[in-house]
Ligand binder design. Structure first.
Ligand code: IPE
Ligand code: IPE
Ligand code: MG
Length: 245
């Protein structure tokens, strides 16, 4: 029986978030430039998106570029931006065919104008799609996201339109970039690194974590299915005891 058939369709994670890591090391291992790894990472994105749709996962969030990634060599940053724009343009048709709604989270104003435009156009064109919401985290940093939310809430309190006692977890969540997206049930990171790297710090509070030793360009839909299968064997207790569940 293949791994996909072992998955219980009634207990699918509703939201999978992925830190796509290891492009550079994968390329280096082949004696190529880091950018070669990023190019091949795009095929893995396609694999995983198709896998998520095939099995019926409604939310997929991909960490594509962190706010800290701006500190990489200029040439690499530029190559990543170009790759992003060409992939978005190429994938629009598949988004439409597969019912994919595109979203983006992060400090989007810091992205080059042409990327902002392509992103906005793609989001607008796919906004009625409802099979899978694909969220790209771009120029994304979770601490900044939390600070932005805090500042906007503080502003409202200062203006008297919000009382401090009204600031609940639910309200705070509504001020994050992910306001209309449920918290991830499963977070995957490739490349053997086991850290969060400023990704969805608030939202991952009770997320199940799954780490793969594979570099991102090697990651396939079967790896995604394996992660989902493993997720289904876990007991999410949310602080309670086993007996209470
Ligand atoms: C992930 O791969 C892609 C981005 C962060 C943009 P890396 O580029 O981080 O690859 P490694 O971790 O250096 O191998
Ligand atoms: C995290 O990967 C960001 C993305 C995958 C986009 P990094 O490769 O930038 O993370 P660190 O620096 O190794 O923690
Ligand atoms: Mg990395």
């Amino acid at each position: 029986m293949n791994i996909k058939d072992k998955i219980d369709r009634a207990k699918l994670p509703q939201h999978i978030a992925i830190i796509m890591d290891g492009n550079g090391r994968w390329a280096k291992g082949l004696g190529k430039l880091r950018v070669f790894g990023h190019k091949n990472g795009v095929s893995a994105v396609r694999e995983v998106l198709e896998g998520a749709i095939e099995i019926g996962v409604p939310y997929l969030t991909l960490y594509a570029f962190s706010s800290e990634n701006w500190n990489r060599p200029k040439l690499e940053v530029r190559a990543l931006m170009e790759l992003l724009i060409s992939s978005l343009t190429k994938e629009l048709k598949t988004f439409q065919q597969n019912g994919v709604k595109l979203k983006a989270i992060g400090n989007l104003n810091d992205l080059p104008d042409n990327i902002q435009k392509t992103l906005n156009d793609t989001m607008e064109a796919t906004k009625e799609n409802s099979k899978c919401t694909l969220t790209l985290a771009l120029s994304y940093g979770s601490r900044t996201e939390i600070l932005d939310a805090t500042k906007r809430i503080a502003d409202q309190v200062a203006q008297g339109t919000l009382k401090p006692e009204d600031i609940t977890e639910d309200l705070f969540s509504q001020y994050l970039y992910t306001a209309d997206i449920p918290d991830p049930d499963l977070m995957i990171r490739t490349s053997g690194e086991q850290r969060i790297s400023n990704f969805l710090l608030w939202q991952l509070a009770y997320t199940e974590l799954w780490f793969s030793a594979k570099m991102w360009p090697e990651f396939t839909r079967n790896d995604l299915f394996e992660a989902i299968f493993d997720y289904q064997s876990r007991e999410r207790r949310f602080g309670k005891t086993s007996e209470q569940l």
